[in-house]
Design a protein around this ligand. Structure first.
Ligand code: DX5
Ligand code: ZN
Length: 219
């Protein structure tokens, strides 16, 4: 199963609802929503009320990526807003096990993310508890950065560790600099969900690029 998740961070914020529709019509599987608090990362983006409004027009999965210092505190707001997957960072201030349990209790799918400088092993204690791992392929905070190919051994190590534990359904998502060239590199390393912001939104034909991303991600 290959998942393509356009990152709404790169959409036209003046017409977000239409952008969601445009991406869904173009074949996107999930909508990736980047939540930044100006503290965990330097940027501030969107919050739970915006997710709630978007959900009214969204037929795809809401893949909420919390780049915030206290995900445990805000998990409830995003669950109530309609998030399907809630990803938080292992580097945040919240206790990972408590946060994972809270997200599940709220009826959402928990996912844990690692920044580029964080080694894979840091999340191994939580692998049996989550439905997805998000490996950042850029420093979180901004769209439009270059893909860090040196994160591929990390993706590979996490995939192998999941297989060793019998976690064959684990989704490994990559986020940052994914385009029609880098998608195959990440897929070969073991990723099966691909966030793409600028490449998808800047493309003249969204349907064409999503199709190409899917083809190239199928290994
Ligand atoms: C970065 C965000 C990404 C970003 C991806 O902090 O988590 O989701 O929007 O954008 P591109 O594909 O442009 O790197
Ligand atoms: Zn993201």
């Amino acid at each position: 199963m290959v998942i393509i998740a356009p990152s709404l961070l790169s959409c036209d914020f003046a017409k977000m609802g239409e952008e969601v529709k445009r991406m869904e019509d173009a074949g996107a599987d999930w909508m990736h929503i980047d939540v930044m608090d100006g503290h965990f990362v330097p940027n501030i983006t969107i919050g739970a009320p915006v997710v709630k409004s978007l959900k009214k027009v969204m037929n795809s999965v809401a893949d909420v990526h919390l780049m915030i210092s206290d995900p445990l505190k805000y998990a409830e707001d995003f669950a109530a807003a309609g998030a399907d997957y809630i990803t938080f960072h292992v580097e945040s201030d919240s206790d990972p096990v408590e946060t994972i349990n809270r997200i599940r209790e709220l009826g959402c799918r928990p996912s844990i993310s690692v920044k580029p400088m964080t080694p894979a092993e840091v999340i191994y204690p939580y692998l049996d508890l989550v439905d997805m791992v998000l490996v950042m392929t850029v420093e979180p905070g901004f769209g439009g950065q270059s893909f860090m190919a040196d994160m591929m051994p990390k993706v590979k190590a996490i995939r192998e560790e999941c297989e060793r534990r019998g976690l064959h359904d684990m989704i490994i998502e990559v986020d940052g600099g994914i385009d029609t060239n880098t998608v195959s590199v990440a897929a070969k390393a073991g990723a099966n969900a691909f966030v793409s912001g600028s490449a998808v939104f800047k493309a003249p034909d969204a349907e064409e690029i999503i199709k190409e991303l899917k083809e190239k991600a199928t290994v």
